[in-house]
Design a protein around this ligand. Structure first.
Ligand SMILES: [Cu+2]
Length: 335
């Protein structure tokens, strides 16, 4: 083995390691421009204009479009014309100016890094029927955090109420909250002075989002001094779990501290962030399917075979009824 080879191997390994290190938080995706995308006709060999036509990525991810067709294409942010609008010369598409690959040839590719969340339509300015969409979702931290994105260093959270009487241990599971998925809010109450579990307590718990109370109930703990609530969020965005009005349940709380006086300052707000669950959100209605050959044949088949068949059946039944003017008499005759 010569030293040149060894040196270049080391260099390559170093590049790979550095590369992996610096890109470890961003994913890379590929979108193919399939053969036939240049052809706007219904029997185009392209199943989709861009493959996949809709793609979900996260902020910071890189998407590379590869031209597998036989003509040059562009990836231009904005709304395409649609096949039929283009055919009627009504539209050539509307670029937004956010990104534009300009024309790239068969075998070539073009990349773009999405730095903002949102939905980004794109199309080809040369063939304005070609359209695709990229859904860019916020980067989800892999650690527990509040609604502002602040990292929670100690989880469960140890929180002491403003009146310094009650400590609440509060956590949620799973740690990253997503829409359409069960979240458990788990909490325990402790005597903040003596660090003993508080049993026989009652409290109010509410879940709020977008200035709306999603859930509110009066809870009570006994036994282990803990409780939990299960919730499924429908909408992404910041949410708040409010525990308030903590007071003894019944006459006496099993504690050395006095919880019988004013409970107004005995409260806690825990903010959380709810993320869009991309696996469960339906985006298929936004996905464009160019190839309609099969569907067209199917519709023609209905027109040629099924409709005349039904008409024939109706005609036969009608004739049958005409032939028997006295159906009730005939039915009665065998007696
Ligand atoms: Cu094109």
């Amino acid at each position: 083995m010569n030293s040149n080879f060894v040196n270049s191997s080391v260099l390559i390994i170093a590049i790979i390691l550095i590369g992996n290190f610096s890109f470890s938080f961003a994913e890379e995706y590929a979108v193919s421009i399939p053969f036939g995308a240049f052809n706007p006709e219904l029997n185009t060999p392209a199943e989709v204009w861009y493959d996949p036509p809709g793609l979900s990525v996260m902020v910071g991810d890189k998407v590379t479009w590869v031209n597998d067709d036989r003509e040059g294409h562009t990836v231009t942010s904005g709304e395409g014309a649609g096949r039929f609008n283009w055919m009627n010369a009504k539209s050539l598409g509307n670029p937004t100016g956010l990104f534009d690959s300009l024309r790239f040839l068969p075998g070539e590719s073009w990349s773009y890094v999405f730095e903002e969340e949102g939905e980004f339509n794109y199309y080809c300015v040369i063939h304005p029927w070609m359209a695709g969409i990229i859904f860019v979702e916020p980067k989800i931290p892999d650690y527990p955090h509040d609604a502002a994105g602040n990292k929670i260093e100690q989880f469960p959270i140890y929180y002491i109420t403003p009146d310094k009487t009650v400590e609440i241990n509060f956590s949620w599971d799973p740690m990253i909250i997503k829409t359409h998925e069960k979240t458990n809010f788990i909490y325990r109450f402790y005597d903040a002075v003596n660090d003993l579990p508080l049993r026989k307590l009652q409290y109010d718990i509410a879940i709020l989002q977008n200035n709306e109370i999603l859930y509110k109930v009066e809870g009570a703990v006994s036994g282990a001094g803990g409780d939990y609530r299960q919730w499924i969020f429908e909408e992404p965005g910041p949410a708040l779990v409010k525990i308030s009005n903590i007071k003894p349940y019944g006459s006496v709380a099993e504690t050395k501290i006095n919880l019988s006086d004013n409970a107004i300052a005995r409260l806690a707000d825990f903010s959380v962030m709810v993320y869009e669950n991309s696996e469960k959100s339906v985006t298929t209605d936004k996905i464009i399917q160019p190839r309609q050959t099969f569907q067209l044949y199917y519709e023609i088949a209905i027109a040629i075979v099924v409709i005349p068949g039904i008409m024939l059946l109706i005609a036969v039944l009608y004739m049958k009824n005409k032939k028997s003017p006295y159906p009730y008499q005939r039915k009665a005759s065998p007696v």
